[in-house]
Design a binder for this molecule. Sequence first.
Ligand code: MG
Length: 223
Amino acid sequence: PVPPVVTPGTSNAAAPADALVLFDGTTLDEWVNSKDASPAGWTVADGAMTVVKSVGNIQTKRSFRSYQLHIEWRIPVGITGKGQGRGNSGVFLASTGKGDAGYEIQVLDSYENETYVNGQAGSIYKQRIPLVNANRKPGEWQAFDIVWTAPTWKADGTLGSPAYVTAFHNGVLIHDHVALDGETVFIGKPSYKPYDRAPIMLQSHGDPSEPISFRNIWLRELK
Ligand code: MG
């Protein structure tokens, strides 16, 4: 594969030799439309993919249990809107069903944009607040480095061990092996729903602000 773009002065990380490259800047071959598994349909240009809001969410063709993930994202210069309506997207660490079912780490412009604390960029949406705000300005590339430990289930389908997240935002620790309460929910108490392997999904949020971009996405599966 083509080596990922690495920009000096950012926390970009080149994919290690044993990584599965999910986006190298040139093709969406590893991605499909979440609605119907048709071609992903987001824009690819200049080494990045950009959300196309009319297309909707996209997700990996492959499904995963536990892994290490590197993903970079950029809020466009001149982003408009406020609160949750300013560059909203998200990385669903496991997409477990239709729509926004699963476990979301939030992508948003949280550089100078107030919102509820468990909805800011880097939050495990509505569940876990990042330890610090490590956001960069709109227009600058930012990185998430995430260790996702998938939940496990007992033979009877009840929870064996919860999901854990360790995450760095631009190289700064924002989640230190935190256990989750279940899947992301907008309102109400999270709960777990058994799944085996799940794709990773990128959110096309319905807010009217300008679409954001992703690049340099790679993953290492863990046992
Ligand atoms: Mg979101």
